[in-house]
Design a protein around this ligand. Structure first.
Ligand SMILES: [Zn+2]
Length: 549
């Protein structure tokens, strides 16, 4: 075990990937967790909706963990909290907006545990053993975001959380750059900073500019306007609603998650008050030019409001001639195809579409290179460790730190344990992580959820075969019946030939062959038959009915 002047840092997620942010910090037997996020699985991950951090490894730390700290309310920071709290039932310290969100989501969707929530605000401090954690205001794309100043026996660690440096945030609550400079003056042992936009030059577009641009588009639109964005972007939603109201329009919010985030905003004093909202069921009673619809679905998620409306499947929202659709969000890499398909469908319905590519209607929540350098230069750390991002983003951010004069800038990956002392920082261990996945009510690792088998079934289809073995006057008879699922219709003609081939193989076995050997022979025969004829190795399920078997 490391000495009592060594800080140990163990990232469970968020390094080398976007999402599932969670890191453990510990000195001796006193540990705490920063963030507990999920990652949304790619559509090809058949059988898994989201992935969770390695809860098995976490259980090994259970007795040492004293607290969980949450930086802000995005799903990739809070989405796994109920699972993490189930393993480690310790106090959770989170900003007010995130607390309200967690309570509302638990009430609406249920949770595997009820985390013990404690609200914290900028300037608050908590203690964990020989460490203290102070909360600092940062700006991002969801209300009420915090960075951390962690004082440890190894020195001061600054954690940026997710941030951008918006000089003119809509809620007027600026990032506390003076505090970061003050910490720099105090002397920072280690800076851990958000790398999401480390490959993008310049600075992000201020939110006020985005608000003005969307406001102009709304004011100039001859007909109905539909704005799609992330429900978590509460302040932008408020700004857009205000612009619509001053252009003489009424506002409707469509999508369950929008209402949850708005409610969390009201409860935590972060806005969310939109006057005279139009109820969804009354949309048809408001003439087009008097209406602004704010909805979810900017990533073309299949069941979202905009996606359903684009296919003509939404009960209350019909997109038509003269409508303007404003996609006020980033096109997240990987979602391009479904988004473009949705835009084509909307255009086909006669509406005009504005995207971040064609108008200044979106600004990222994550600092770009100039802002990242500004933070590094304010904090002036001895060691720099990029967090939150794919590997190339982390490396680019480490390079930026080196250019800004940090001598020790290094990329650490998930599962690598970094031991930090006053004058040294070394990777002391590398642990193979075994992430968990959620499939409806079931949680398990990849092998427990049989993810690779389910993917294989998707690619190859399934063959089910029943073999009946009978004996007539001492002569063996084999009958095989073969059926398939997920095979091309052209394969139907081959089923008899497949059955004949399998029968012959089984007939070639000695008379005393066991049921197990018969089953294996049947499986092998069918697999090789379809490999030869269709160039696929299907999943084969066999049933053998043998006398005495
Ligand atoms: Zn975030």
């Amino acid at each position: 075990m490391a000495g009592n002047d060594t800080l140990r840092i163990l990232p469970f997620g968020g390094l080398g990937e976007i999402g599932m942010n969670m890191t453990l910090f510990g000195v001796g037997d006193d540990w705490f967790i920063v963030d507990a996020g999920v990652q949304f699985c790619d559509p090809w991950m058949i059988g898994a909706d989201v992935s969770l951090p390695d809860l098995g490894l976490l259980a090994e730390y259970r007795d040492r963990i004293k607290a969980i700290v949450i930086t802000h309310g995005h799903e990739d920071h809070i989405g796994a909290l109920d699972h993490v709290s189930l393993v480690c039932p310790v106090p959770v310290y989170a900003p007010s907006f995130a607390c309200e969100l967690l309570r509302l989501k638990e009430a609406e969707f249920g949770a595997v545990s009820s985390p013990d929530l404690h609200e914290v605000a900028p300037g608050d401090k908590i203690r964990v053993g020989p460490m203290s954690i102070e909360f600092i205001r940062v700006t991002h794309s969801i209300p009420d975001c915090l960075g951390l100043a962690i004082r440890t026996p190894a020195g001061l660690v600054v954690h940026s959380g997710d941030f951008r440096m918006d000089p003119d945030p809509l809620d007027g609550d600026r990032m506390d750059t003076a505090k970061f400079k003050e910490l720099g003056d105090e002397g920072v042992r280690l800076l851990m900073s958000d790398s999401t936009n480390a490959l993008v030059t310049g600075r992000i577009r201020p939110e006020s500019v985005v608000g003005d641009e969307v406001g102009k588009a709304i004011a100039n639109a001859p007909g109905r306007v539909i704005v799609a964005l992330f429900a978590s972007n509460v302040h932008r939603i408020q700004r857009i609603a205000d612009a619509a109201i001053s252009a003489g329009k009424r506002v409707a919010l469509l999508g369950r998650s929008l209402h949850i985030y708005q409610k969390a905003a009201r409860r935590s004093g972060q806005g969310g008050e939109i006057p005279a909202l139009v109820d969804e069921s009354r949309l048809k009673q408001v003439t087009g030019e008097d209406l602004l619809v704010i909805c979810t679905g900017s990533q073309a998620e299949g069941r979202s409001v905009l996606s359903r409306a684009s296919r003509g499947e939404h009960p209350n929202l019909r997109i038509g001639e003269g409508d303007l659709v404003v996609m006020s969000s980033k096109i997240i890499p990987g979602n391009e195809r479904p988004i473009h398909r949705m835009i084509n469908n909307i255009t086909r319905l006669g509406a005009r579409v504005l995207t971040e590519k064609t108008a200044r209607i979106h600004g990222s929540g994550h600092a770009r290179q100039d802002e990242l350098r500004e933070l590094i230069e304010l904090v002036r750390p001895q060691t720099f460790m990029p967090i939150h991002g794919e590997y190339a983003f982390l490396q680019a951010h480490a390079d930026l730190a080196s250019l800004s004069g940090v001598d020790d800038a290094r990329v650490i990956e998930n599962g690598q344990v970094l031991d930090v002392t006053k004058d040294n920082a070394v990777v002391s261990n590398s642990i193979d992580l075994n992430n968990r996945f959620v499939d409806g009510p079931v949680v398990g690792d990849a092998s427990e959820l049989r993810l690779s088998q389910r993917r294989r079934i998707g690619w190859t289809g399934v063959v089910a075969a029943t073999l009946r073995l009978t004996k007539k006057r001492g002569n063996r008879r084999v009958t095989v019946d073969v059926r398939t699922i997920g095979f091309p219709i052209q394969a139907d003609d081959m089923l008899d030939a497949a059955a004949d081939h399998a029968s012959e193989e089984v007939m070639g076995l000695p008379d005393n062959a066991s049921v197990q050997v018969i089953e294996e022979t049947l499986t092998r025969a069918l697999r090789s038959f379809f490999k030869r004829r269709l160039e696929r190795k299907p999943v084969v399920v066999t049933f053998v009915d043998a006398p005495g078997g």
